[in-house]
Design a protein around this ligand. Structure first.
Ligand SMILES: *Cc1c(COP(=O)(O)O)cnc(C)c1O
Length: 399
């Protein structure tokens, strides 16, 4: 087997297609899929030295797998990260970072606009182990700074955040973390490495749900942790090996192959989303449109400093509540009702009754998740068809 070396001067779009590639003796052009749990050895001494860590080589897929390794190497190249470890899902990645590195008495500061399951991990699971947390407005730097205590070990945010697309200042918050000896973990699922590379701004750890834009076609679950070598050896490696949130080599292969088209797809998602956002902002019955690269987004300037595109998500508010939002959803003929995102198919969701339904009404209000708020994960269809579909549905809603 030969591992192709990535020349140092390869640019991101080349790395997305070829980064970390291995070839077997057959010299196949497509990355091989090693659907195997175990590995055989020529002698009893060979596994002995591998288990001692003296020899390189795979021993068991929970510990490592060649297909998974290529996916990790390519993601590390794209994010500009020294180390990467793939996991079974985005939540497996995020929980592993917290549970591998924190202990009783430690403290976490996290942005309020957080993926629902992340909020459960921070506020319920970590709490059971005596790890406390403070939830802050992710856009308020003073709030981050004043939440820090001597016990703070981890800061956590996603940007753009679900569903209001609030932008957090990665560099400023990474500096706050570094200043108190803590680490900043950034959930980069909404932007993907094609649009945003948080380590360039000082983030210590980047996590992904590769289920979303990295897969890009709504097929397979996966996650990724990108970190520094000391975090890997001191915390993550033994935790992952022994607790087993392992990605299936098949899913890793699907996501690895998807990276080859990530840049193209993200450009098209951004273009379509910008078109849909501009269209919605001109419609009767739409009271607010949120899209990071529109000039009316409260943090569009910050968004442009840390992102290469506005992303594929558009959130908007209609003049009405749940009844009107549901009427609009019901009238759509092309856009599917689904809480997933990052698919080639456009998907719409009503956050107040789905992704954010477990929050108390006051918590929803704090986040700006009103009953008239809808989120579209704009897909890769012809944007004119998406606008036609929305126009008809808005007309049906107002009737
Ligand atoms: C989907 C998602 C997750 C969770 O990922 P899974 O792959 O579903 O476990 C975490 N963060 C964000 C921002 C997401 O969109």
């Amino acid at each position: 087997m030969t591992t192709q070396k990535n020349p140092e001067n390869w640019r991101p779009r080349t790395l997305a297609v070829r980064g970390g590639q291995i070839r077997t003796a057959f010299q196949e052009t497509c990355e091989p899929l090693f659907l195997t749990s175990g590995y055989a050895y020529d002698s009893p001494e060979e596994p002995e030295s591998r288990f001692k860590g003296e020899a390189e080589g795979y021993t068991y897929t929970r510990y490592g797998n060649p297909t998974v390794s290529v996916f990790e190497a390519r993601m590390a190249a794209l994010e500009g990260a020294p180390c990467a470890r793939a996991t079974a899902s985005g939540m497996a990645a995020i929980s592993a970072v917290f549970l591998a590195s924190l202990k009783t008495g430690d403290h976490v500061v996290a942005a309020r606009a957080m993926f629902g399951a992340c909020r459960f991990v921070v506020e319920d699971i970590l709490k059971r182990f005596g790890i406390t947390s403070t939830i802050v407005d992710g856009t308020d730097l003073d709030a981050w700074q004043s939440a820090i205590t001597p016990a703070t070990k981890m800061l956590f945010l996603e940007t753009p955040a679900n569903p209001t697309l609030a932008i957090a200042d990665i560099r400023a918050i990474a500096d706050i973390a570094s200043g108190c000896g803590a680490r900043l973990m950034v959930d980069n699922a909404f932007a993907s490495p094609a649009l945003q590379r948080p380590m360039q701004f000082g983030a210590h750890i980047v996590v992904h749900s590769s289920t979303k834009y990295i897969d890009g076609q709504g097929r397979a679950m996966g996650g990724m942790i990108l970190c520094q070598p000391d975090f890997l050896t001191e915390h993550l490696q033994t935790f992952l090996r022994n607790t087993g949130p392992t990605i299936s080599p098949f899913n890793a292969w699907v996501h690895l192959k998807s990276l080859e088209t990530l840049d193209l797809r993200m450009r098209a998602h951004c273009e379509n989303a910008a078109t849909v956002a501009d269209f919605l902002s001109a419609q009767k019955g739409v009271t607010r449109v949120l899209y990071p690269f529109r000039d009316d987004h409260p943090q569009h300037e910050l968004a442009r400093t840390q992102m290469d595109g506005g992303g594929g998500i558009v959130t908007f508010e209609i003049d009405g509540g749940k009844t009107e939002a549901f009427a609009l959803e019901r009238a759509l003929k092309l856009i599917d009702i689904s809480n997933n995102l990052g698919d080639a198919k456009s998907l719409i969701t009503h956050p107040a009754t789905t992704t954010h339904s477990k929050l108390a009404p006051e918590a929803r209000a704090e986040l700006g998740v009103t009953d008239g708020l809808l989120r579209i994960a704009v897909g890769l269809e012809d944007p004119a068809d998406l606008c036609d579909d929305l126009a008809e549905a808005l007309w049906a809603m107002r009737k």
